[in-house]
Structures are given as C-alpha cells and as structure tokens.
Design a protein around this ligand. Structure first.
Ligand code: SF4
Length: 351
C-alpha cells in the first residue's frame, strides 16, 4: 500500500487509517506534519503510535514531483520548473515580499493552456492536460520549502501560472480545500487568489463552491475591439459580461476583485484606453493591477509586443487614480529569469 499525501484530505486519510485498524484521528496529525515539513513526514517529531508508524512509514510517499530547474533572479524571485511523476512539467514562482519574513507564491493549474492569449508564452504549444489536485498541492509544497530556505513564510498563493484555472475548477478547488483547510494551518481562504481570463460560467461556479477566495480578472483591455486581438476568449465572453460576472462574484463572496491589466506599448496603454478603463470601473468596487509586459518574443499571431515606457505607465496610472479608481502598478519581477508566464518551461523543455 502506498499513500501520496498530496492526493488525500483529512477525511480520506482517516478512512484509510480506519481500514488499516488504526486510530483515524491520527490522519490530521500526519497531514499537518507533512505540510509543516513541505512534503515529508518527520517521524521523529510526530506521535502517532507504533502501529501507524509500522504500517505507514514506508508506505507514505514523499513528494510526487521533482524540481527540474530553479532560476533565481537578481530581485530574489525564484522560478521553479516542476516535473510530475505522471509526466509533464509546470512553472511555479516564489516572489519575496517587501516584508523580510514573507513571500508570495504563484502556481499553475494546467500544463500548457488552450486560451491562446497573444502575449503569453504558456499557450504557444497549446494545452497538454489538466493538473490533478495533488499536483497543484505539490507546487505549493515546493514553494513553501523554497520560502523556508530563504528564511521566509509563504503567506499568499495566486493561481496565475500556466493554464486557465476555471477550466480545471474541480481540481483547483479540491487543492484549495486541502491547502487552506483549518487543520493544515498553511494558508487561509483570504490568502488565496484565483485568476481567470474571463470564463463566465467558471466565475459563477467558483462562487458556488463556497470557497471564500479572491478573484482576479485578467482584463487587459477596456473594449472588445482591443481585447479580442489579445484574448481570443473575448469573442465568447465580452468585456461587459465578464465585468458583470466579477460583480456577481463580489456580491456573493464579499471580496473586492482585482482587475489584471498587462500593459503593452502602443496596444492598450494609450490615454484613451485608460479613460475607457476608468469609465468601465465606475460604480464597480475593484482594484486595478497594472502589469508592465515581460517580452516573450512573437505571440501566436506573429506579433511581438513591447513594454511601455516608465512615463507611459505613470500616465496611465495617473488617469485611473484621478478618476477615483484604486490602481497599483505592479513591479515586474524576475525579468532575468524568464518571468513571463510559461517562458521558463518554453526555454528549458520545448525545442
Ligand atoms: S494568459 Fe493565462 S489564460 Fe491566457 S494563455 Fe496565458 S496562461 Fe492561458
């Protein structure tokens, strides 16, 4: 019998212990120890009795994935390429916070991506497969270990890596339930953000799960004409519909959504775009997060994008703020380590 602890929650592990004639309440202790040690049970520090230990010490599998590559940028951002036992690899990123003891993690939900966003490296080779809940938890544990090695704690997690989380929602929500369960003490709901390119039924389904997490909507343009050139899914779910879906999510869950906006020079960064975005945000209590583009070479359309100048980013930010929109211009992190979504995997694994 072999048990991969990233694949189980407290209840299912308790069932296994019960079936093996062990005290089921040890499940909580075993899992907590495994999470606390970033993916390994420390049998010296855990009191689960001789019977459990004799049955499970050799049966419990440690992490089911391995770190293929780690690139650390000059700003401290760690980009990990993680290979799964079942095949395939994804990127996960750890970003040190400005507070000296904290770090934020970013995980992938799929291997590759079918969404075809033109500025994104993750989609260049299409979708390989959905990740299992256990594989998502594995990324979290790698990031937790990486943070601990830096003397930091992983205090937030975003689903903004490879893939569209709403198209793998059952596994994403199962992973969140494991990571953010009260028993694990790893993270709380409010420390987790799920991002989407605007899959309207997915946004509603995420609200249905009852997970009290944050939502980030990848908007990238305030009008359908511009957005459709960047995000093919806009033809199915146009701007007005995805904004309404984010508002519904806010009404139901009570958390302020983030609007992600990747600034591309000459494409979506003009004063007119800023003014349209400001108009779109009126009456909508959301925060706008401006992300200066990390170049990836040519996109699927064959077009190559560039990052706007610092002055342009400042002007775009100013227009939004003057219109009363809460706006943050995010630092780009890890530029020297292929920091844009999907770039490391592209560089290391795909010829
Ligand atoms: S930006 Fe996100 S949804 Fe769009 S192709 Fe990249 S990974 Fe997929």
């Amino acid at each position: 019998m072999s048990v991969a602890l990233t694949d189980v929650d407290v209840e299912s592990l308790a069932d296994r212990l019960r079936a093996a004639g062990c005290v089921p309440s040890h499940a909580r202790r075993l899992l907590r120890n495994y999470y606390d040690n970033s993916g390994a049970v420390d049998w010296q520090s855990i009191d689960v009795g001789k019977h459990v230990r004799s049955l499970f010490e050799n049966a419990i599998a440690q992490r089911q994935s391995q770190l293929l590559t780690r690139h650390v940028s000059s700003d401290g951002t760690s980009k990990l390429l993680i290979q799964f036992a079942a095949g395939g690899a994804v990127e996960s990123v750890l970003m040190p916070s400005y507070r000296p003891d904290r770090a934020a993690g970013c995980v992938s939900s799929q291997i590759g991506c079918a969404m075809g966003c033109d500025f994104c490296a993750s989609t260049k080779n299409g979708l390989e497969r959905n990740l299992t809940a256990g594989e998502i938890v594995e990324q979290f544990l790698h990031l937790r270990a990486e943070a601990a090695a830096m003397g930091r704690r992983l205090t937030s997690l975003v689903f903004m890596g490879m893939g569209e989380p709403m198209l793998n929602l059952p596994n994403v929500s199962a992973a969140i339930r494991r990571i953010a369960s009260a028993e694990m003490g790893a993270l709380g709901w409010r420390q987790i953000t799920v991002s989407t390119v605007g899959i309207v039924p997915g946004i509603d389904a995420l609200a249905d799960t009852g997970l009290n997490v944050h939502l980030a909507l990848s908007l990238h343009a305030p009008d359908d004409a511009t957005r459709a050139t960047l995000v093919p899914m806009n033809r199915r779910y146009p701007v007005a519909e995805i904004i309404k879906a984010a508002q519904r999510f806010q009404e139901r869950i009570g958390r302020v959504p983030t609007i992600e906006y990747c600034l591309l020079a000459g494409v979506n960064d003009t004063d007119e775009h800023a003014e349209k975005l400001a108009a779109l945000m009126q009456g909508f209590r959301a925060h706008v997060n401006l992300i200066p583009y990390n170049p990836i070479g040519v996109g699927i359309s064959g077009r190559a994008y560039e990052r706007p100048s610092t002055d342009r980013i400042a002007r775009f930010t100013q227009i939004l703020r003057e219109a009363g929109v809460v706006t943050h211009a995010r630092d780009t992190r890890g530029d020297d380590v292929n920091a844009a979504c999907g770039q490391l995997r592209q560089a290391v694994l795909i010829p």
